[in-house]
Write a protein that binds this ligand. Structure first.
Ligand SMILES: [Zn+2]
Length: 287
């Protein structure tokens, strides 16, 4: 018996319903094209990218790095934990610069902020061993990064931060970026309807593992470092951590951070609003 059986009485013929949803998207798009409603916008990630020359503070090599044209991208509502989201591009993929000659890699905001002592450490610990990756040549082509490439660079940044004995917050931030990259990758795979269950579960496992690292790192950092931290004010770090703690089911920690935000004299309206929303979520979970 077909899904639409019984309609014969209306004079309608039987229809094959075995693949009811298969072509759902396609006819919709065609319909949109036919009506002279605004055409569906299609954008490539490269439209929002530019190449910028920068000098490596370790080996002095000048190279071109891929950056986001910040004026052109359209901001969307961020995730619960402030992961920035934009239309048509995952800007998280372009937060890292990597010198193709010596291997020195860092999140852009830290790239040129390196002490002479740290330059020596990178020289010994990275430059002396580094084999330039000729397959991934960032120099000439303005191509979008795949998630694999972006993750590779972010891991290289974390490696360099460990070698240069960078701050706890910098390492935590890199772990958070990595977790966000894996999240972006997972979402992409899911939206494409991948059949590769193994890849999907590996990506999810990495996303979770880096998330826990980031959480632990930031919890240590707020006890030992001063603000702003990774460009974030205290209340921003607190709302980030409160949301992370919530996701990790550490409701007591989350609740304490929320209280600190709600009683803060300097926290902005929008941060307090987020804290209020989270407070309601915590109450729901505890009941
Ligand atoms: Zn270099």
């Amino acid at each position: 018996m077909g899904l639409l059986s019984g309609l014969e009485k209306f004079g309608l013929e039987q229809m094959d319903t075995t693949n009811l949803f298969e072509d759902e998207k396609k006819p919709k798009a065609e319909q949109q094209g036919q009506a002279d409603a605004p055409k569906e916008e299609k954008h490539l990630e490269t439209e929002f990218l530019l190449l910028k020359s920068i000098r490596c503070p370790v080996c002095d090599h000048v190279f071109r790095t891929r950056l986001v044209k910040t004026g052109r991208v359209k901001r969307l509502e961020p995730d619960f934990d402030l992961r920035p989201r934009f239309a048509y591009i995952d800007t998280n993929k372009y937060d890292v610069s990597s010198c193709p000659k010596c291997g020195y890699t860092a999140i852009n905001r830290y790239f040129s902020h390196i002490t002479s002592g740290q330059v020596k450490l990178i020289d010994q610990g990275v430059h002396s061993k580094f084999k330039a990756n000729t397959l991934v040549n960032a120099e000439d082509a303005l191509e979008a990064y795949t998630y694999e490439e972006a993750i590779e660079y972010c891991k290289l940044a974390l490696y360099c931060t460990m070698v240069k004995k960078g701050s706890t917050s910098e390492k935590a931030y890199e772990c958070l970026k990595l977790s966000w990259l894996y999240r972006g990758w997972r979402e992409k795979l899911e939206s494409e309807g991948t059949n590769d269950r193994e890849l999907l579960s590996n990506v999810k496992a990495e996303e979770d593992a880096y998330y826990k690292q980031a959480y632990e790192g930031f919890m240590k950092a707020i006890a030992s470092e001063s603000f702003p931290m990774c460009g974030m004010e205290e209340s921003t770090v607190n709302i980030l951590l409160a949301n992370m703690a919530f996701k990790l089911e550490k409701y007591d920690v989350s609740s304490k951070l929320v209280s600190a935000i709600l009683t803060s004299r300097v926290a902005s309206r929008s941060v307090k609003d987020r804290a209020m929303t989270l407070k309601e979520e915590i109450i729901k979970k505890l009941h």
